[in-house]
Design a protein around this ligand. Structure first.
Ligand SMILES: NC(=O)c1ccc[n+]([C@@H]2O[C@H](COP(=O)([O-])OP(=O)(O)OC[C@H]3O[C@@H](n4cnc5c(N)ncnc54)[C@H](O)[C@@H]3O)[C@@H](O)[C@H]2O)c1
Length: 300
């Protein structure tokens, strides 16, 4: 018996890459899965039903249950329709994996308005659209005395945690997803719902064009996108009820727990600071820490 037997899951952007692996693992653990994917290009153009349908076919061939959804997750109606499809088809919803994404990397001085808007829309609004409608559903269920264990698993990025040059739009959206995760964790805890986020690193069409050579070497393939899926499945289980509002970097066999923003230096007085006083107390505020751009702790 799988660890997600009897559960119903939605995975957005599950037609390829990391989302596909997540959908396959959730299904093999017994969850019935709504496989969402618009089937567009990496830059977010076009649509194609084939990727989502292929993953559904794969799940069914392995003996699992799944249904395809081709809605645009970056629209409010897309989020509403996905949640409705899960509940109408399988009678309930337990797990929402927000994963869909696109890329429009450019330096800030070269970025077009549409690059900013489209990346924000697909990642940030695309994470909130289904979350909004799932939260309505879970709150209604809890108020009706039907306490489901709800699980939201969001997809942030180290670009969002640390800020990556060339990704103003993407990094800002992914940082927003981290903040959204904390908000949802606080708001939905009382209804038996947790919200956590992963910041994955894996070989997909998204990274093959930017990270250089990610080909599998002898032994453990650290870049395999399937390495990311187990932590998502683990967070989705009933046993993970006590894990809420957490962010994990996941890469190969490494899982890192990320600390939220926290104060690392404080100066305080019982009056307003003058500009000169602030300057004079800079060393007290920074201590031994550098006051330059914080390091990006990831090397590729
Ligand atoms: N691959 C990595 O190393 C890495 C690193 C950090 C974060 N991420 C994040 O992981 C997630 C998955 O990325 P991936 O690497 O598997 O890339 P991918 O391009 O293979 O997968 C993204 C999927 O989302 C779908 N999608 C895009 N817009 C959509 C929309 N509006 N509605 C529905 N589906 C849509 C695409 O069709 C695609 O199948 C993304 O959120 C990405 O930002 C990936």
């Amino acid at each position: 018996m799988g660890s997600l037997e009897g559960k119903v899951a939605i995975v957005t952007g599950a037609g390829g890459g990391i989302g596909r692996e997540e959908a396959l693992l959730l299904a093999s653990e017994g969850a019935k899965v709504v496989v969402n994917d618009i089937g567009g290009s990496l830059q977010g153009q076009g649509s194609d039903a084939t990727p989502a349908q292929k993953v559904v076919d794969e799940i069914k061939a392995n003996g699992g249950e799944a249904i395809a959804n081709y809605d645009d997750i970056s629209s409010w109606t897309g989020g509403e329709k996905i949640v409705k499809q899960a509940v109408d088809t399988y009678g309930q919803l337990n797990i929402l994996v927000n994963n869909a994404g696109i890329l429009r990397d450019k330096m800030s001085f070269n970025m077009e308005e549409s690059d900013w808007d489209d990346v924000m829309r697909v990642h940030l609004k695309g994470h909130f659209s289904a979350t909004h409608f799932a939260s309505i559903y879970w709150r209604e269920q809890a108020k009706a005395g039907n306490q489901l264990s709800g699980r939201i698993i969001n997809t942030s990025s180290e670009a969002g945690l640390y800020g990556n040059a060339g990704q103003a739009n993407y990094s800002a959206a992914k940082a927003g997803i981290a903040a959204l995760t904390w908000v949802m964790a606080r708001e939905l805890e009382r209804y038996g719902v947790t919200a956590n986020a992963i910041a994955p690193r894996a070989r997909t069409r998204m990274t093959e064009s930017t990270f250089g050579d990610l080909s599998a070497k002898d032994g453990f393939d650290v870049w395999a996108p399937g390495n990311v899926a187990p932590i998502v499945a683990w967070l989705a289980t009933d046993e993970s009820a006590s894990i809420n509002g957490q962010i994990f970097v996941v890469f190969g066999g490494t899982v890192q727990l990320i600390a939220p923003f926290s104060a690392v230096g404080t100066i305080k007085k019982d009056d307003r600071w003058s500009i000169k006083e602030l300057h004079d107390n800079k060393d007290a505020l920074f201590g031994s820490r550098s006051s330059g751009t914080p390091p990006f702790p990831v090397a590729f």
